[in-house]
Design a protein around this ligand. Structure first.
Ligand SMILES: C[S@@+](CC[C@H](N)C(=O)[O-])C[C@H]1O[C@@H](n2cnc3c(N)ncnc32)[C@H](O)[C@@H]1O
Length: 245
């Protein structure tokens, strides 16, 4: 429940009109650092606003607007590592806690989301903590920017399997983003997780996961089985022929 006493702070510049005018700051302790994160005070109010619009666009639903348990768990995992000089890509960054944790660990980070509000908050939250995170508005279905930067040392994603359509897209995309690196995906046990992990197994990748925390979130660590040469098992693009790579 939101504490009404939390003072209102200036929203990050560059937000689309109406996105979130009532912004608050929340702090997290990550690997001994106090991280300060801006977020909309009331994400339910944002959702209500959008649902009231006649022309509701599913892609604009403000799932970016809160710090999800999966993001908090993955941020703690990432913050505990030495990622100095590593190139890290975050898929579906939301407010950017995981991207901030990776930058805090020394990584060079690109954080992407399909929502411009999310990338605005992510960049602002990195700056607020004296860190640099590159951001891009990029739906997973239009991954040219992500492919151009591949291979990544580490791809991280928290709670992105709540939409069924993301499963085939990610199973197509991940083998094109990572060759000898890893993917760390935090998930609270969404219904689509089992289907996604079956797809990972079908790719011939290796995987392990952390013990679920009390809220059910586990971090799945996935990596291509380079010994088995898994590159031959890349699936076809879910919406047509594979582009480029
Ligand atoms: C449940 S939120 C999690 C946000 C953040 N990772 C966290 O854990 O706090 C999911 C995020 O993924 C983004 N997302 C979902 N599907 C996406 C897609 N196909 N392409 C790009 N971003 C997507 C949403 O906009 C949202 O910001």
């Amino acid at each position: 429940m939101e504490c009404r006493a939390r003072p209102r702070v200036e929203p990050p510049p560059g937000l689309p009109p109406g996105a979130a005018s009532d912004v608050v700051e929340e702090t997290f302790l990550l690997a001994g650092h106090t991280v300060r994160m801006l977020r909309p005070r009331d994400d339910d109010a944002l959702l209500d606003e959008l649902l009231a619009e006649a022309d509701q666009d599913e892609d604009r639903l403000p799932f970016w607007a809160q710090l999800w348990p999966s993001g908090a768990v993955l941020a703690r995992e990432v913050a505990g590592r030495c990622l100095a000089g590593r190139r890290v890509l975050e898929l579906g960054s939301g407010l950017g806690l995981v991207a901030v944790a990776a930058a805090l660990s020394g990584a060079r980070v690109l954080a992407v989301d399909r929502s411009p509000e999310a990338t605005t908050f992510t960049a602002a939250n990195a700056t607020r903590n004296g860190l640099t995170v590159q951001t891009a508005v990029c739906p997973f279905e239009q991954p040219e920017r992500l492919l151009a930067g591949a291979p990544w040392d580490l791809v991280v994603a928290a709670d992105v399997l709540y939409e069924q359509r993301n499963v085939p897209v990610l199973l197509w995309l991940l083998p094109r983003l990572v060759t000898v690196g890893e993917v760390w995906l935090a998930d609270p046990g969404r219904p689509m997780l089992a289907r996604f992990l079956a797809g990972v197994d079908a790719l011939g990748w290796r995987r392990e996961h952390t013990e679920p925390d009390p809220s059910g979130v586990a971090v799945h660590r996935l990596r291509p089985d380079t010994a088995a040469g898994s590159s031959g098992r890349r699936p076809r693009h879910p919406r047509g022929p594979a582009t480029g790579r």
